[in-house]
Write a protein that binds this ligand. Structure first.
Ligand code: HEC
Ligand code: HEC
Length: 269
């Protein structure tokens, strides 16, 4: 009885809609728009590059952090070659690499270990931040301290190996070429700050390869620096290079600290 009573009532509501093809199409269209919007929101939230902090134009008062104190520097230049076996022995089970994803042991870890193979996970941390996390562990997470197991040099080596994981031979080549075209004249071939135009600048171009400069930088800071510097508005390639090309240059700048002659991608299958 109840159903019979409500049926005619429902059909009265729907009748005008069902009867009108245009209105029905309009409703359908609206449905797709709403669904599309929801999907876009989900994709937008999960894409780390959509982070407004990474997209925003830099502020004019961007200042580089002070150089790292000499006493925290590695005894020798960090070596990704020495870092590789250390990483495979101690870190791969949690952090994975290009062949190994998350292991079953990380299932209940919260937060999950950082996936270093994704460049965007590295952009907001400096090598020094990594060194400190490795040395003391990360409080409140499964990340243990390694200061008793690995010596100072080994911790720097493994930090740099972790940071080399996203680099692919193609991106490396692209970054190298872009750097040669746009940056070498002032900053020098290997980032020594001694390019042919260096002497004619209002300030001496930064020696990007100086380890004490580089270990305190974040990728994000280096990236912003290619879109204008305080009192150097022309230090801006934002309209000439795409955002991605500027990231390729940044990824190339990190390699100034790798072992001499090391080829990025040499470890990848
Ligand atoms: C038992 C699992 C486990 C092992 C083993 C482990 N880590 Fe971690 N690691 C973690 C977790 C969990 C985090 C926290 C991630 C976060 O805070 O989002 C972390 C964080 C880090 C961070 C900070 C990264 C960031 O995004 O802030 C670094 C660097 C790091 N680990 C390096 C290493 C290195 C190098 C080794 C090997 C020497 C290693 N980890 C071994 C689980 C592990
Ligand atoms: C015409 C010369 C010139 C060119 C070309 C040039 N730079 Fe610079 N760069 C400078 C000068 C000058 C400074 C400022 C040094 C200072 O502030 O003490 C600088 C500083 C920097 C800094 C340090 C900023 C900071 O806050 O630490 C970075 C990073 C940088 N340049 C990257 C690049 C990159 C990448 C390119 C190529 C896309 C490039 N530069 C091309 C002259 C140049």
């Amino acid at each position: 009885m109840q159903t019979q009573m409500s049926y005619p009532a429902l059909s009265t509501v729907w009748a005008p809609v069902r009867g009108n093809r245009v209105r029905r199409l309009a409703l359908k269209f609206l449905g797709w728009v709403v669904l599309g919007g929801m999907l876009a929101a989900i994709v937008g939230c999960s894409n780390p590059l959509a982070d407004p902090a990474l997209q925003a134009t830099p502020t004019r008062n961007l200042r580089a952090p002070a150089p790292a104190p000499a006493e925290i520097m590695p005894p020798a230049r960090p070596s990704v070659v020495r870092g590789k076996p250390l990483y495979e022995e101690n870190c791969v089970a949690c952090h994975g690499n290009r062949q190994v994803g998350y292991s079953i042991g990380t299932l209940f870890m919260n937060p999950k270990p950082t996936r270093f193979i994704y460049a965007e996970n590295l952009r907001q941390d400096s090598p020094l931040t990594y060194y400190r996390a490795i040395t003391k562990g990360v409080l409140g997470t499964a990340m243990p301290a390694w200061d008793l197991k690995l010596d100072v040099q080994q911790r720097w080596d493994v930090a740099f190996y972790a940071r080399s994981l996203p680099a692919t031979p193609d991106a490396f080549k692209g970054g190298k070429e872009l750097y040669a075209t746009h940056c070498t004249v002032c900053h020098g071939d290997g980032g020594e700050g001694n390019g042919p135009q260096a002497a004619n600048q209002p300030r001496h171009p930064t020696a990007l390869a100086d380890p004490r400069y580089l270990v305190v930088q974040t990728g994000q800071h280096l990236w912003y620096a290619t879109a204008g510097l305080p009192d150097l508005p022309d230090h801006n390639w934002a309209s000439v290079l795409s955002q991605d090309e500027r990231w390729q240059i940044v990824n190339y700048i990190w390699t100034f600290m790798y072992d001499p002659g090391f080829t990025v991608g040499a470890f990848q299958p």
